[in-house]
Design a protein around this ligand. Structure first.
Ligand code: ZN
Length: 150
């Protein structure tokens, strides 16, 4: 378990230091802003939705390592995915991070994002991990209200 924890740490540190898909997309047709006042995480998620597919996705902003790594891994996982699949992943992710500490993790469908199961032990960090996801979900839903975890 210690080795696994170290691996998880490494993935989070790597994505925090070198976030994937960081920056604006000029062709974005959905942009949403997300804010987690509890921690100060603040980001924008950019999407280029073509038909029913997320043709491109990126994010920009600042926040703690968990919020940035989560946004980075999310964009990497969702690029090229059909919108309904992205929404299903959002639900799975949300379910995983809010589950009981010892509940099994579906790493088959969540892939590297399973690393965030560790935040279950730190309820304050759950919002850091889910901020990018809530923002993405609001963008695909075209919900116009500002996204806040509060
Ligand atoms: Zn945070």
């Amino acid at each position: 378990m210690t080795e696994l924890r170290e691996l998880y740490q490494q993935i989070i540190l790597d994505h925090n230091k070198n976030p994937r898909n960081f920056g604006k997309i000029d062709a974005a047709n959905r942009v949403r802003e997300g804010y987690n006042p509890l921690c100060g995480d603040h980001l924008h998620v950019y999407l280029h939705v073509a038909g029913d597919t997320i043709a491109d996705i990126s994010f920009e902003g600042s926040g703690c390592a968990i919020s940035k790594a989560s946004a980075s891994l999310m964009t990497a996982a969702l690029k090229g995915k059909p919108v309904p699949e992205a929404v299903a992943m959002f639900e799975k992710f949300q379910e995983m991070v809010t589950a009981e500490v010892d509940a099994p993790v579906d790493d088959q469908s969540l892939g590297k994002m399973a690393v965030f199961a560790g935040v279950r032990e730190f309820p304050m960090r759950v919002k850091c991990a889910t901020l990018a996801w809530h923002t993405m979900k609001a963008a695909v839903d075209e919900d116009q209200a500002p996204v806040s975890t509060e």
